[in-house]
Design a binder for this molecule. Structure first.
Ligand SMILES: Cc1cc2nc3c(=O)[nH]c(=O)nc-3n(C[C@H](O)[C@H](O)[C@H](O)COP(=O)(O)OP(=O)(O)OC[C@H]3O[C@@H](n4cnc5c(N)ncnc54)[C@H](O)[C@@H]3O)c2cc1C
Length: 307
């Protein structure tokens, strides 16, 4: 980005701008080179100003939630990475829908686990599955995050999106949810950002909700690697099969490229054992795909997004 563009961006947004900001600090893999600019936006007006800047100046942009489903390149990102700040972290409830349905409005930057805990304390059932998913509600919606047989598709009533000019509510019936993907034409054109998600939940007993959440989180701790940076499941489960089992059956647990390693605990996780680069992770992904294809005839498709 040129210095005159830096000056224009500085004048356009109110949020904090970091220049040459390492994306490793913003992704759960702890991998990624510098973004030209990383902007933490205060609210929807600030976000619109940043989007308008990128459109006018023809600068590439990317919004990041918690960076828990992405692999950022070692070369970084030439353009503006947008982070949704405090104005996108509010949760409010509308209990007036009817006696069986409650609408919960969550800002896109609210953490999935924080929202699950909030729903429990408010006695709202249906979002227990999200406890332990380390993403944001906005990112979780884009990838239709899910676990234990449920996903965002089961609870979303509507999303609010914005481009540089106008905010718009998109009802669930106009969204198509697939396995780890939400199809929304505005988002697909990379012209809009989700700023709020409305969930449709039902009243429930906080104690029972709490027990379910604790049980699911205990399962997570048992089955998934703990303490090493990762981005969750690397590959989608092929229809009727488990990616983790296919990788395990091919004898790949523990396989390493540099500091990137197929987890010994869960073969569908690649962990960063220290100083793994994006290139290490990508090479390991390619090698897993090659060997699983040889072993089982099944082509694995990445679930994580390689920026
Ligand atoms: C330990 C671990 C366990 C995990 N377990 C699960 C699991 O059980 N189930 C599961 O589904 N996933 C799981 N994941 C993956 C990940 O946490 C989820 O996919 C999560 O919902 C992604 O949210 P995020 O905020 O991190 O999105 P990011 O990774 O930051 O972004 C994902 C995509 O969404 C886009 N995006 C983000 N926010 C917005 C927005 N506001 N508007 C428009 N686009 C946006 C980004 O540009 C990117 O394309 C796990 C990850 C880890 C590290």
């Amino acid at each position: 980005m040129s210095s005159s563009q830096q000056a224009v961006l500085t004048g356009a947004v109110r949020g904090k701008i970091q220049w040459d900001a390492p994306l490793s600090a913003w992704t759960t893999y702890r991998i990624g080179g510098p973004a030209d600019a990383l902007v933490t936006l205060l609210d929807a007006v600030d976000l619109q100003a940043a989007l308008a800047f990128c459109r006018r100046e023809r600068v590439a942009w990317k919004v990041l939630g918690r960076g828990s489903n992405v692999l950022a390149p070692d070369e970084g990102f030439r353009g503006v990475v947008m982070i949704l700040g405090d104005g996108f972290k509010k949760i409010r409830v509308n209990r007036k829908l009817d006696s069986h349905r409650v609408a919960v409005h969550a800002g896109a930057a609210v953490g999935m686990t924080r929202l699950a805990n909030w729903c429990r304390s408010e006695g709202l059932a249906g979002f227990e599955f999200a406890a332990g998913i380390p993403g944001s509600v906005g990112g979780g919606t884009v990838v239709n995050a899910g676990a234990w047989g449920r996903s965002m598709a089961d609870v979303i009533d509507a999303i609010e999106i914005t481009d540089e000019l106008k905010r718009e509510i998109v009802r669930a019936k106009n969204l198509t949810f697939r396995y780890r993907k939400c199809d929304c034409s505005e988002l697909e054109k990379n012209a809009s950002v989700i700023i709020e998600v409305v969930l449709n939940l039902s009243p429930g007993d906080p104690q029972r909700i709490g027990v379910t959440m604790r049980d699911l989180q205990a399962l997570r701790r048992d089955r998934q690697p703990q303490g090493l940076p990762c981005a969750g499941s690397v590959f989608k489960n092929p229809i009727g099969a488990s990616a983790g089992k296919l990788i395990d059956d091919a004898g790949l647990k523990g396989m390493r490229v540099g500091d990137a390693q197929v987890s010994e605990t869960h073969a569908n996780f690649i962990v960063n054992c220290g100083t793994a680069s994006a290139r290490d992770v990508q090479s390991l992904i390619a090698e897993i795909q090659r060997r699983v294809l040889n072993d089982s005839g099944i082509a694995l498709e990445p679930e994580i997004e390689i920026l």
